[in-house]
Design a protein. Structure first.
Length: 347
């Protein structure tokens, strides 16, 4: 028990986007061959390697090959964003609109689906997944978000469902955790209505339970099928805590941004008084890394005390996002992402 408590306070997880050209820092325990007749268990001796939207430096994000490649490359967890189709099927997709990472704009039959909705206090115009059935969403093809990434896989793959995402993890040759995000729950619950009166969060947890995900952090059940639930919405976190004992992580955005549901800024969310409150519902926080070490003109400044204070409240810290692309590496690290990894893990 003492060892488990020690791990809870000291674990430091990294959300990673790593392309195919990356050299390994060292041989990851999660890549070592598994024994005959058994799946190698999840490692719990170092920071977790969380594949953010899969290996999307190589494949379009949140697609089947992106997740399979992330598992091949040694990810402990595969991460995804969960939204809903018009007909209430939960899908893996990051943006609230389809425009940037699918070919939706080329279909004349969908031209009249463009809408303007208010999302988190901002009017956004585009093609929204909540206005498409699953069958229609499956007919679209995904593409890379950034032009500086490999474009050869554009148009080859479709959007996957939450259940298909889970199947990828369960079919892996070793134990691979999942790290799904309840994405834009306020907006989804405004636009999608389920016939049984359930809400987005209910459906989200029902799918996890359907596939056997249960158990508190480091419990026997959890280690068999590890999962963290994440959300930027505190009310979703609290609601879900009454439905499952799976560990949850409250995501932290730029401290000046308000939450979508509680009319608080993330500055308030990171106060000691709030940590003391939210720790009843979560095992950790997932801050944008620039809230841990502020950045000015792409140079890192003096670190804040966020990690120290979170650990003082027995909260894990799972910062995001670490990429091996020079566009995202601060000048302090001389274009070398491995210098950045070394800084965050060891300093």
């Amino acid at each position: 028990m003492a060892a488990a408590l020690c791990l809870v306070t000291s674990v430091f997880a990294l959300f990673l986007i790593v392309g195919c050209a990356a050299r390994p820092f060292y041989q990851l325990p999660s890549r070592l061959p598994e024994g005959e007749g058994s799946r190698q268990p999840l490692q719990t001796t170092r920071a977790y390697n969380i594949a953010h939207r899969g290996s999307n430096g190589e494949f379009p994000e949140e697609t089947l090959p992106a997740y399979k490649r992330a598992i091949e490359e040694g990810a402990d967890f595969i991460e995804t964003d969960i939204l809903s189709s018009k007909d209430g099927v939960l899908i893996c997709f990051h943006d609230v609109t389809l425009d940037e990472t699918t070919d939706v704009g080329k279909y004349k039959k969908f031209a009249d689906r463009k809408r303007t909705y208010e999302v988190q206090g901002v009017n956004i115009t585009g093609f929204f997944p909540v206005d498409f059935t699953l069958k229609e969403l499956k007919s679209l093809r995904v593409k890379q978000r950034y032009l500086f990434r490999d474009q050869q896989h554009n148009g080859k793959f479709s959007i996957i469902t939450f259940e298909e995402f889970i199947a990828i993890a369960l079919d892996a040759p070793r134990v691979v955790g999942i790290y799904p995000e309840i994405k834009n729950p306020v907006f989804i619950n405004q636009r999608v209505k389920w016939r049984d009166g359930k809400i987005f969060e209910d459906k989200f947890v029902e799918i996890l339970q359907k596939y056997g995900y249960k158990g508190s952090y480091l419990s026997k059940d959890w280690l068999k099928q590890p999962a963290f639930i994440q959300s930027f919405a505190p009310t979703s976190i609290i609601y879900v805590s009454n439905l499952t004992d799976l560990p949850q992580v409250l995501l932290i955005d730029d401290t000046t941004i308000p939450t979508q549901d509680t009319n608080q800024t993330y500055w308030e969310i990171t106060s000691d008084s709030y940590f003391n409150y939210i720790k009843k519902y979560v095992v950790g926080i997932g801050p944008w890394k620039d809230t841990i070490v502020p950045v000015v003109n792409n140079y890192m400044q003096t670190p804040t005390d966020l990690v120290t204070r979170a650990h003082a409240h027995n909260l894990q810290v799972h910062p995001y996002t670490f990429r091996n692309e020079y566009n995202f590496v601060h000048f302090d690290f001389h274009q070398d992402p491995y210098e950045e990894f070394d800084y965050w893990i060891n300093t």
